[in-house]
Ligand binder design. Structure first.
Ligand code: G4P
Length: 294
């Protein structure tokens, strides 16, 4: 579910995360590996302040593996510990525990030196809607924890979930808002399905996605839709749109292409990974645009 964010919601979401931080040793921040910068909260550094943080690039099964490697190196250079995972299948989950142990080692060593009894590491999962927070909690807990409403205003009793002996996780994740005021970020999020379809123009999102694919993944696009060079290279996007619409049988009376239906089907295929593993931003794009920094 995607939330309509208003300033009041943002303030409340922020407060709720901040309140939880006092009982937390490490913050596990989830981002989408297909949009590793755009799917992060613009104020995350400020919100979690100096708490140790592990960044997880989730849905790595849908992302371009070469670009995921670039992002991991990029974050390493930034001093942010990052791991690529696939919460749905459970790929990369073991590395989370090891990474959390390393992140809190200094604090726990100090506690031990003071004679404080060893305890599990307390972690909080945070991230924007749809990034996979509930999926990850359920996978780590090895059972289904009821999905709590993605509404920033909902308060309820918090419970700790044991993840082996090493970690205790708060059962409700911290829900944060994306940086949607930036149009490019908005399009990237919409392309991957992080923004509710009813509040965006799908045709515009498809145009954005097509232009990106033409530039970064030309062969994938050509092959998937059997495109000839003329249609592929046409300056005007309409022939390309028409071709895909016809190919998918999205026609109205008189053989006119139904653009709404075409965009819906196209984006559904893309989001499900039918076009292959794709990433919609690279670290070098950060040099030309300010993707996360305010
Ligand atoms: P949230 O709590 O952060 O809002 O996200 P949630 O876990 O509900 O996950 C959002 C969607 O992303 C779900 O699909 C979920 O199955 C999918 N997902 C989560 N992690 C991964 C992953 O690592 N890889 C892939 N491929 N998908 C992942 P959905 O379509 O919204 O729901 P459903 O169709 O599964 O019911």
């Amino acid at each position: 579910m995607t939330i309509q964010w208003f300033p009041g919601h943002m303030a409340k979401a922020r407060r709720q995360v901040t309140e939880k931080l006092s009982v937390i040793d490490v913050v596990i921040e989830l981002a989408d590996a297909r949009v590793p910068a755009s799917s992060r909260n613009p104020m995350i550094d400020e919100i979690i302040s100096n708490k140790p943080r592990l960044l997880l690039l989730n849905k790595a099964d849908l992302a371009d593996p070469r670009t995921t490697k670039q992002w991991l190196s990029y974050y390493e250079e930034q001093g942010v510990k990052a791991i690529a995972i696939d919460a749905q299948s459970g790929q990369g989950l073991k590395a989370i525990i090891t990474a959390c142990q390393l992140l809190v080692k200094e604090k726990f060593d100090k506690m031990k030196a003071k004679g404080i009894k060893p305890r599990a590491i307390r972690a909080l999962i945070v991230g924007i809607p749809n990034v996979g927070k509930s999926t990850l909690i359920n996978k780590l807990a090895k059972k289904n924890i009821a999905k709590t409403g993605d509404r920033p205003g909902v308060t309820q009793a918090q419970q700790w979930i044991k993840v082996g002996k090493e970690i205790e996780l708060l059962d409700t994740p911290g829900i944060l808002w994306p940086k949607f005021e930036d149009q490019q970020v908005g399009f990237r999020l919409a392309t991957t399905g992080a923004i509710k379809d009813s509040i965006i123009n799908l045709q515009e999102v498809m145009v954005f996605a097509l232009n990106y694919l033409r530039e970064k993944y030309p062969d994938i696009l050509k092959e998937r839709f059997d495109l000839d060079d003329e249609t592929f290279n046409s300056e005007d996007i309409v022939p390309l749109f028409d071709h895909i619409g016809k190919k998918r049988g999205c026609l109205m009376a008189g053989g006119i292409v139904d653009y709404d239906k075409t965009s819906e089907l196209f984006l559904r295929e893309l989001r499900a990974g039918k076009l292959g593993r794709l990433t919609f931003e690279t670290p070098d794009m950060l040099n030309t645009e300010e993707l996360i920094e305010e």
